[in-house]
Design a protein around this ligand. Structure first.
Ligand SMILES: Nc1ncnc2c1ncn2[C@@H]1O[C@H](COP(=O)(O)OP(=O)(O)OP(=O)(O)O)[C@@H](O)[C@H]1O
Ligand SMILES: [Mg+2]
Length: 393
């Protein structure tokens, strides 16, 4: 468990005392005091299970950070401040704090909150399902095709699987599964403050394979309702209830997308062996690194492998400086037939090479649950000529 205490001045006695008290009560392996100016960078790196925001002596500034960082924390947020200022308490709760603690009576207040907190945290930690995000290097990489097939295999072989379509306005996972959702992510975001297990489950549409799909909103006024905080809460509920959650992502920049990437146990970056796709893959890898996302969690997958005149695999690995973990063959006959029928290829044509490669991918991505093995990155090799030169400058 990682507890982050956010405070204006990290050597302030209140912060030091708070950290000591939290360490003693929450038996946390790590707890750190973070100053406001380092907060974003530090929280982007790690997964804080609990965030404590100390409001005094700069409550306005502290509330700003609380608002900005709420979606980056997987667990509860506590605000510490004066109990005499009722407006401040309300604002802190409004910005996303789960509990407000009176700084003048910290010990007793912590004791009462922590018992409840402890139970919830342990439950969350025990039941945390594996989160797998799929990101396409460019449009048409085959990410949605892989997402429905991957979720299908996981549901069939490892118990029911949550599938979240995080492409507001353009998502097509429901069509690929021949499902007709009646609710979507916007309904959950609109009611995120009171979202619970029952509400989350009622928003899902169930496929015969055991895939439980959460569809995206399609209309403009609903798309605007999607928030990072709503997505964050949705992810927590999904991971509580499902052993695997697969998310089809739109990009790596918008906050509601980034919140998935930060929490994902595995990120599958899907691309094709052509120059523009490879260049885009390289850029996304750089952006993920800049966002503080650990490269170990990112696996590379080539889709539509085996097309005429595509770039050689080894040179792609060279250009990216990383090993490619999964290869899915180009098989328009099988994939078009499956996609057009709304029946994933892994069910419609289970013995096809393309279906078998997706089963292998599912095994690779879920196996790390137990083994924590990750692909060994290959070191980049300098090459001065041809298209590779573009990548090495
Ligand atoms: N392995 C494959 N072999 C042959 N065709 C494929 C394969 N994977 C995907 N396709 C085809 O590629 C096209 C794009 O696939 P898909 O819609 O899954 O991509 P996407 O990355 O989700 O696209 P978008 O950027 O629009 O979300 C579809 O016509 C699909 O049938
Ligand atoms: Mg798609």
């Amino acid at each position: 468990m990682h507890v982050a205490v956010l405070i204006q001045n990290t050597s302030h006695p209140l912060g030091l005392r708070l950290r000591e008290m939290l360490q003693a009560r929450l038996s946390c392996r790590e707890s750190e005091l973070i100053s406001f100016d380092r907060a974003e960078e530090t929280l982007a790196r790690g997964k804080a299970s609990v965030l404590v925001v100390v409001l005094s002596p700069a409550p306005e500034l502290a509330l700003n950070y609380l608002r900005k960082l709420r979606s980056r924390v997987s667990g509860p947020v506590l605000a510490v401040g004066l109990a005499s200022d009722s407006k401040l308490i309300l604002r802190a709760l409004h910005e996303g704090a789960d509990h407000y603690l009176d700084e003048s009576d910290l010990e007793a207040q912590l004791d009462s909150v922590i018992q409840r907190l402890q139970i919830n945290l342990e439950r969350t930690q025990q039941s945390n399902g594996r989160l797998i995000g799929l990101l396409g290097a460019s449009g048409g990489s085959g990410t949605s095709t892989l997402a429905v097939n991957l979720a299908g295999v996981l549901a069939r072989d490892r118990g029911r699987c949550a599938l979240i379509d995080l492409k507001p306005g353009v998502g097509d996972l429901a069509a690929l599964l021949d499902l007709k959702p009646t609710h979507n992510l916007a309904d959950l975001c609109l009611n995120s403050a009171r979202m619970d297990r029952a509400m989350f489950e009622s928003a899902l549409v169930v496929h015969a394979s055991g895939v439980h799909l959460l569809a995206p909103p399609q209309m403009y006024e609903d798309i605007r309702l999607v928030t990072a905080a709503g997505v964050n809460k949705t992810l927590h509920l999904a991971r509580d209830l499902f052993r695997h959650t697969v998310v089809d992502l739109e990009d790596c920049y918008h906050e509601e997308q980034a919140t998935v990437l930060r929490q994902a146990d595995a990120i599958l970056l899907v691309f094709r062996l052509d120059f523009t796709s490879l260049r885009s893959t390289k850029r996304i890898l750089e952006n993920l690194a800049q966002a503080g996302i650990d490269g170990e969690r990112v696996s590379l997958a080539i889709n539509r492998f085996g097309q005429a005149k595509e770039l050689p695999l080894t040179q792609a690995e060279e250009a990216l400086g990383r090993k490619i973990s999964f290869i899915v063959p180009d098989d328009p006959k099988t994939i078009n037939a499956a996609n057009n029928a709304g029946e994933p290829a892994v069910f419609r044509s289970p013995s096809s090479k393309v279906a078998l490669s997706i089963v292998q991918m599912a095994n690779g991505l879920s196996a790390r649950d137990e083994t924590e093995s990750t692909p060994t990155p290959r070191h980049p090799v300098k090459s001065a000529n041809g298209w590779l030169a573009v990548f090495h400058g």
